[in-house]
Design a protein around this ligand. Structure first.
Ligand code: NAD
Length: 471
C-alpha cells in the first residue's frame, strides 16, 4: 500500500493498485499513488451527494469550515511544501508560497459576502434573486499549481453549498492527497473527496451521472473533451485552459527595467504557468537591449533541484512536457532562430532545460504560435505597433497579456485592444482572489475567483412573491 491514500466519505480509501510518481529533479519514481477503482469513484460521488443535503443548509457552518481549512493549510505548509517540491519540481520556497496562496484564497471565500439582490419591490411583488448550489462538483486540476488551483475550486464550490470530488493530475497527486487527509477533520464526511488516477479517471468523472458541474483546469485539448463529455446531460462547465500570452513593449519603455520584469513574468514556475508571458513583441529600436537584458538573467539564474538552497528554477515537471519544450526550441533553431541564452536540455538526470531566450524568431514558428509551457521565450521584433497588436491577437488563445511603456495611458489603450481575459499594464501575473480570472476564445469558458467565480458554482433562482394574489 502507498503512503498516500484517497479520501472518500471522510475516511481513508485504500486501493490495491497504485501508480508511480516521478521526482522530475531525478527522473526516478519516488512514491506510489493510489489508483481509484470504478467502484470507488461511485462511492466518492455517492458520499458527495449524500453530504450535499445537510451541507447546503447552513451557510454559517460552511464559512466556519472554510476558515478552519485555511488555518490548517497555513499550519501544514511545512509538511506539504516538500511533497509538492518532490512531485512538481518547484523550489521549496515557491512550494511554500503555493500552500500559503491556497490558504489566502480559502480565507477570501470564507469571508466573501453574498448579499441577496432585490430586483423589484413594489405594490405588485417583491422579487429577489437567490443563488442555489448545483449539487456535486467534479474538480480536475493540472500539474503546475496542484494546490492553489484546487483551492480556486474548493473555496467557491463549498461556500456556494456544493460538495466536491477532486482529482489532481497523475503527475502531481501527492500533496493534494495529503490535503484530503488533513481536511477529513475539517469538513463533514463526503463534502470533500479526493481521488487519484490517470487521465481515464478524469474522463470517467466527467461522464458520470452524479456531478452537475465540472470545474476543469488544464489544456485546451482536454478542455474540449470535457465540454463534449458534459454536453449529453447539460452539466455546467468552467474551463480554465491554456494560454499563449503576448507581452508588447512600447517604444518609450526602459529596456533594462522591462527585461527584468518580463523575465519574471515569463520564467515564473519555470515557464509552467497558464498565464506566463510566452512571446514578446519589441520595437526594433529596443530589440537588442531588451533581448540582451533577458538573456543576461537567463544565463545567471540558478537552476537545480528545488530542495537546494538558492535554486530559483527547478526542472520541467514531466517527461512529455520536457520533450515538447526540446522539440519546440529545436524547431525554432532549425528555422534560423538564435539561442541568445540556453537552447538545450541540461546534461544531468531529471528534466532540466536551460533557461532559453530565442531571438531572430517570428510568428509562423511553432514556439511563437503554440503554448510552450516551459523555460524558453521567443522574442519577436516589430516595426509597426498596430501590426504587433494584430499579431498578438492572431491566435486561438486569449488568456492574458501585457503592455509595457512609460506613458501608462497609452499602454492602457493598447492593453484594451488585446483579446484576452486579463490585460496588464507594466506588470504580468498580478492575480488576486477578488479578481476574476478566465480566458477569451480557446483559453476557456467562464471565470474563477471573485463573486463572478462564485456565481459559476450556483444556479440563479428568482423568488417572486406576489403582493396582489387573493389567497
Ligand atoms: P491536461 O489537460 O493534460 O490535464 C489536466 C487534468 O485533466 C489532469 O488532472 C488530467 O488527468 C485530466 N484529464 C486528462 N484527460 C482527461 C479527460 N479526457 N477528461 C477529464 N480529465 C482529463 O493539462 P496539464 O498538462 O496537466 O496542464 C497544463 C495545461 O493546463 C496547460 O495548457 C496550461 O496552460 C493549462 N492551465 C490552465 C490554467 C488556467 O487557469 N487557465 C491554469 C493552469 C494550467
Amino acid at each position: 500500500m502507498s503512503d498516500y491514500v484517497m479520501t472518500i466519505a471522510g475516511e481513508a480509501a485504500p486501493t490495491e493498485a497504485t501508480f508511480g510518481v516521478v521526482n522530475p529533479a531525478t527522473g526516478e519514481v519516488f512514491a506510489q499513488a493510489p489508483e481509484c477503482t470504478a467502484e470507488q469513484l461511485d462511492a466518492a460521488y455517492d458520499a458527495a451527494a449524500k453530504a450535499a443535503r445537510d451541507w447546503k443548509a447552513d451557510e454559517g457552518a460552511r464559512r466556519a469550515c472554510l476558515r478552519r481549512a485555511a488555518d490548517v493549510l497555513t499550519a501544514s505548509a511545512g509538511d506539504l511544501a516538500p511533497v509538492l517540491t518532490a512531485e512538481q519540481g518547484k523550489p521549496l520556497r515557491d512550494a511554500n508560497v503555493e500552500v500559503v496562496a491556497a490558504s489566502i484564497w480559502t480565507q477570501y471565500f470564507a469571508n466573501l459576502e453574498t448579499p441577496a439582490q432585490v430586483i423589484q419591490d413594489d405594490d405588485k411583488a417583491r422579487v429577489e434573486l437567490a443563488r442555489r448550489p448545483l449539487g456535486v462538483v467534479a474538480a480536475i486540476t493540472p500539474w503546475n499549481f496542484p494546490l492553489t488551483l484546487a483551492f480556486w475550486k474548493i473555496g467557491p464550490a463549498l461556500l456556494a453549498g456544493n460538495t466536491l470530488v477532486l482529482k489532481p493530475s497523475p503527475f502531481t497527486p501527492l500533496a493534494t492527497l495529503k490535503v484530503g487527509e488533513l481536511l477529513r477533520d475539517v469538513f463533514p464526511p463526503g463534502v470533500v473527496n479526493v481521488i487519484s488516477g490517470g487521465d481515464e479517471l478524469g474522463a470517467k468523472m466527467t461522464s458520470h451521472p452524479v456531478p452537475r458541474k465540472i470545474s476543469f483546469t488544464g489544456s485546451v485539448e482536454t478542455g474540449k473533451k470535457v465540454a463534449q463529455s458534459a454536453a449529453p446531460d447539460l452539466k455546467r462547465v468552467t474551463l480554465e485552459l491554456g494560454g499563449n500570452d503576448p507581452a508588447i513593449v512600447l517604444d518609450d519603455a526602459d529596456p533594462a527595467a522591462v527585461a527584468s520584469a518580463i523575465f519574471a513574468g515569463a520564467f515564473a514556475n519555470n515557464g509552467q504557468v497558464c498565464s506566463a508571458i510566452k512571446r514578446v513583441y519589441i520595437p526594433e529600436a529596443l530589440y537588442d537591449d531588451v533581448v540582451e537584458g533577458l538573456a543576461a538573467q537567463a544565463r545567471t539564474i540558478k537552476v537545480g533541484d528545488g530542495t537546494q538552497e538558492g535554486v530559483k528554477l527547478g526542472p520541467i515537471n514531466n517527461r512529455p512536457q520536457y520533450e515538447r519544450v526540446k522539440e519546440l526550441v529545436g524547431d525554432a533553431l532549425s528555422r534560423g532562430a538564435t539561442a541568445v541564452a540556453g537552447g538545450k536540455a541540461m546534461d544531468r538526470p531529471g528534466y532540466f532545460f536551460e533557461p532559453t531566450v530565442l531571438a531572430g524568431v517570428s510568428d509562423g514558428t511553432r514556439i511563437v504560435d503554440e503554448e510552450q509551457f516551459g523555460p524558453a521565450l521567443p522574442v519577436v521584433p516589430y516595426r509597426n505597433l498596430a501590426d504587433a497588436i494584430d499579431r498578438a491577437n492572431a491566435t486561438h488563445f486569449g488568456l492574458s497579456g501585457s503592455v509595457w511603456g512609460a506613458d501608462t495611458d497609452r499602454a492602457a489603450d493598447v492593453a484594451a485592444q488585446l483579446e484576452c481575459g486579463t490585460a496588464w499594464v507594466n506588470t504580468h501575473l498580478a492575480l488576486a482572489p477578488q479578481q476574476p480570472f478566465g480566458g477569451f476564445k480557446w483559453s476557456g469558458i467562464g471565470v474563477e475567483n471573485g463573486p463572478w467565480g462564485l456565481a459559476e458554482f450556483c444556479e440563479l433562482q428568482v423568488v417572486y412573491r406576489s403582493k396582489t394574489s387573493s389567497t
